[in-house]
Design a protein around this ligand. Structure first.
Ligand code: ZN
Ligand code: FE
Length: 235
């Protein structure tokens, strides 16, 4: 569900529609409205990193659903997070047979994590890998972010990428300049422009599509990545 100007709060409903899980609830209001309408109880809250647009909804959600479990990165101090997670940990949520695997992906923030569900081909990667882009380097080095992107890029190509922001259109404007001779980027820019003209969501992406159209994932090495990130910061 959309929140603020360009955030998404990804929501999973169990097959019996009794239990809901949300990722990065920066705002409680849309989550509460959704759960009420669906008649579902919120059982789990997954947090990728500490920024307020990903965490500010936690207190109100816990107030309404005191039994909801709050999972988040071990390397960051986040009010309300009860179960600290690091690479290799697993998270089992209601209604899903197998667990999420936790991946450490520092760069945007120092303790940023992702939730990867191999059986469902789902990746919740917060503000690290975006559709045709990547997060800004607030706390990490270009080397760290490049390694994090390559780690996500090593997941199977059919993995569906659920990032937290609707930045695809502006990312592709930069990508078209960074790789002017890449036809896949131009084709995606057209598709995305028409989706946005209808107010539609451009996500999820996939790891395969990102390998074709994301200049930051496609960077030759960390220094090439660093140069691209700097260009984008001033774009
Ligand atoms: Zn962020
Ligand atoms: Fe964000």
């Amino acid at each position: 569900m959309p929140a603020f100007t360009d955030n998404y709060i990804w929501t999973m409903l169990s097959p019996d529609r009794q239990r809901a899980t949300v990722v990065d609830p920066g705002d409680a209001a849309p989550v509460l409205a959704f759960c009420q309408k669906a008649g579902a109880a919120l059982t789990d809250i997954l947090i990728t990193h500490h920024h307020p647009d990903h965490t500010a909804g936690i207190p109100l959600l816990k107030q309404t659903y005191p039994d909801a479990r709050v999972w988040g990165p071990a390397g960051e101090r986040i009010a309300g997070v009860e179960t600290p997670l690091r690479e290799g940990d697993t998270v089992a949520i209601g209604g899903l047979n197998r667990a999420f695997l936790v991946l450490d992906i520092p760069g945007h923030t120092a303790g940023h994590i992702a939730y990867y569900h191999p059986a469902m081909d789902w990746l919740f990667c917060g503000d690290t890998l975006f559709a045709a882009g990547c997060g800004r380097l607030f706390e990490g080095t270009p080397q760290q972010m490049f390694a994090s992107l390559q780690k996500l890029g090593s997941l199977p190509s059919q993995t569906r990428v659920f990032c937290t922001h609707e930045y695809t259109h502006s990312n592709l404007r930069f990508a078209q300049e960074a790789e002017a001779d890449n036809p896949a980027i131009h084709a995606r820019a057209q598709t995305v422009a028409s989706l946005r003209a209808q107010g539609a969501c451009t996500l999820p992406s996939s790891i395969g599509l990102e390998w074709e159209t994301n200049p930051f994932l496609r960077a030759r090495d960390a220094s090439h990545f660093a140069a691209l990130r700097q260009q984008k910061d001033n774009f």
